[in-house]
Design a protein around this ligand. Structure first.
Ligand code: SDX
Length: 431
C-alpha cells in the first residue's frame, strides 16, 4: 500500500508539471511518472533501471544502506532461524506465515507433484555430459509447459495454484536428474516420505545400490541457503520473470526465463564464478594484492566475484549468515578450508581498501555460499542451480502478485531513439 503525500514539480520550458510522490510503508519514496508521457510527451531514461521502480510490491523489503532484508516484514535472520524452506515459500507466495494445517496441506500438495512425466527422461538423455546444469534446468523447466495440460492459464486461480505446486515440486527433481545425467548415474526418484531438503539431497547423492545416509548438518545448511536465496525484490531474474510473465504466458515459461537471467556471472552465476576466482588465486600463488589491484583497475575486466551489489551499500545480511554456516561446517568437517581462509583474507583486505570503501563494496550472498556448497559435495557447476532452487518461491510470489494486481498489464518499456533519421534506400548494385 502506498500513499501520495507530496507532489514533485517538473519544469519543462515555461511549463510546470506536477507528479505525485508515492510513499512506501518504510518511508521509501517514488515519483509516479505513469502519466508523464501523456502530460509532457517526454519519457525518462535510466540505463539498467538503477533509479526506476518497475512496480509496487509487498513481498520483500531490502534496505541497501542499512543491510536489511525482510520477507513479508519478517527479518531474514529470524526466518532463517525459525522456519524451514517450505514455510518460507508459503510466506513469500501467500503473504502470511501458515497455520499448522495450512502448512501441512501446502507440503502435501507439493509432495503430490514431485515426479516428472516419464517422457521427460528422454530430454535429459539428449544432453551431452558437458552440458551446463543451468542450461539443462532452463530447458527442462520450459518443457514442463509441453507436458502440462491444466495449469497454463495465469488468469485462472485453480490453474495458477496447480502450476505453483508443480513448479515448487518438480524443480528439485529436475535439478537432481540433470546432475545425475551429467555424471552418468541413474536417476533417483523422489521419496515423498522425506522433507523438501532431504528429498533433494537424496535425489542428488543416493545410489540404487546403497542406503543413503542423510547428514542432518547438510540438510540444515541447505535449508538455510534456500531460505537466504528465496527472494530479493526486483533483481534481474525476478524482473525477467515479471517481464515474460506479463505477456500471460504460463508460469513454467516465465520461470525458465528467470533461470536464464540468473545464470549470468553478474547475477546468480557469481557463486560459481567466485569459487573459480578463489581457486585461480590459489593456483596463481595466492597473490591477493595482485587480484585486488586487478579488481581496482578500470582497464582490467576482472571483478571480485561475490563482491558489490546494486542495492546493498552495506554488508549483505545473507553473506553474514553464510559465513556463520561456513564456520560451523568447517569445524565439523576437518577444521579448515583453504578457500574459506582465502575468502576471509580477501574480504579483510578489500574492506580496508579505499577503493572498496568509497564504492561501498561488500561481500554479497554469492561470496561465501559456494564454500558451503563445496563442503556439502555439490559440484561447482551446480551452485547456480541451488541458487535457482532457492529463488523459485520468490519468482512465483512476484509472478502471482503481478497477475493479482488490478493494474497489471504487459510490460513494454519505451526507448530514446538515437539511430538514423529517414534516408533513401540504396539498391545492392549501387552499394
Ligand atoms: C546477486 O539484485 C539482486 O538483488 C541480486 C542478488 C539477488 O539475491 O537476486 O542479490 C544476487 O546477483 C548478487 C550479485 C552477484 N554478482 C557479483 O558478485 C558479480 C561481481 N559484482 C559486480 O559485477 C557488481 O557489483 C554488480 C553487478 C553486482 C553490481 O553492479 P552495479 O550496481 O552496476 O555497480 P557498478 O558496476 O556500476 O559498480 C560501481 C563501481 C564501479 O567502479 P567505478 O566505475 O565507479 O570506478 O564499483 C565497481 C565498479 O567497477 N565495482 C567493483 C565490483 N563491483 C562494482 N569493482 C571490483 N569488484 C567488484 N565486484
Amino acid at each position: 500500500m502506498s500513499s501520495s503525500s507530496q507532489i514533485a514539480k517538473l519544469q519543462l520550458g515555461d511549463q510546470t508539471y506536477e507528479l505525485p510522490v508515492r510513499v512506501g510503508t518504510e518511508g521509501n519514496r517514488a515519483i509516479d511518472i505513469s502519466k508523464l508521457y501523456a502530460m509532457t510527451k517526454h519519457i525518462t531514461l535510466d540505463d539498467g533501471y538503477g533509479n526506476t521502480g518497475s512496480t509496487m510490491s509487498t513481498i520483500t523489503y531490502v534496505d541497501g544502506e542499512a543491510g536489511v532484508l525482510r520477507y513479508r516484514g519478517y527479518p531474514v535472520e529470524e526466518i532463517a532461524e525459525r522456519c524451514d524452506f517450505t514455510e518460507t515459500a508459503y510466506l513469500l507466495i501467500y503473504g502470511e506465515l501458515p497455520k499448522g494445517e495450512e502448512l501441512e496441506k501446502f507440503r502435501t500438495n507439493i509432495r503430490r507433484h514431485t515426479l516428472l512425466h516419464e517422457g521427460m527422461k528422454t530430454l535429459f538423455a539428449g544432453f551431452p555430459p558437458s552440458a551446463h546444469p543451468m542450461a539443462i534446468l532452463s530447458s527442462v523447466v520450459g518443457a514442463l509447459a509441453i507436458y502440462d495440460k491444466d495449469s497454463g492459464d495465469p488468469g485462472d486461480p485453480i490453474q495458477s495454484e496447480m502450476a505453483i505446486y508443480r513448479m515448487l515440486a518438480k524443480m528439485p527433481t529436475i535439478a537432481a536428474f540433470g546432475y545425475k545425467q551429467s555424471i552418468g548415474q541413474s536417476f533417483i526418484y523422489p521419496n515423498n516420505s522425506l522433507t523438501y531438503c532431504q528429498n533433494f539431497l537424496h535425489m542428488m547423492f543416493a545410489v540404487p545400490s546403497e542406503q543413503y545416509e542423510m547428514d542432518v548438518d547438510f540438510v540444515n545448511a541447505l535449508n538455510l541457503l534456500l531460505i537466504l536465496h528465496a527472494d530479493h525484490g526486483q533483481n534481474c531474474s525476478t524482473s525477467a520473470v515479471r517481464m515474460v510473465g506479463s505477456s500471460n504466458v504460463n508460469l513454467f515459461s516465465a520461470i525458465s526465463a528467470g533461470i536464464c537471467a540468473l545464470w549470468g556471472a553478474l547475477h546468480g552465476g557469481a557463486n560459481e564464478a567466485c569459487i573459480n576466482m578463489l581457486e585461480g588465486i590459489m593456483a596463481g600463488g595466492r597473490n591477493l594484492g595482485k587480484y585486488i589491484d586487478k579488481a581496482k583497475d578500470p582497464d582490467d575486466p576482472f571483478r571480485l566475484m561475490g563482491f558489490g551489489h546494486r542495492v546493498y551499500k552495506n554488508y549483505d545480511p545473507r553473506a553474514r549468515l553464510c559465513k556463520t554456516v561456513c564456520n560451523r561446517l568447517i569445524e565439523k568437517y576437518g577444521g579448515e578450508d583453504p578457500l574459506f581462509e582465502l575468502a576471509r583474507e580477501l574480504e579483510e583486505i578489500a574492506l580496508s581498501d579505499p577503493y572498496f570503501i568509497e564504492r561501498k563494496l561488500y561481500p554479497n550472498v554469492d561470496f561465501y555460499s559456494g564454500i558451503i556448497y563445496r563442503i556439502m559435495g555439490i559440484p561447482k557447476n551446480m551452485f547456480t542451480v541451488l541458487f535457482a532452487l532457492g529463488r523459485v518461491p520468490g519468482w512465483i510470489a512476484h509472478w502471482r502478485e503481478m497477475h493479482l494486481s488490478p493494474t497489471n498489464r504487459i510490460h513494454r518499456p519505451r526507448q530514446l531513439y538515437t539511430g538514423h533519421t529517414e534516408r533513401k534506400f540504396v539498391p545492392l548494385i549501387k552499394r
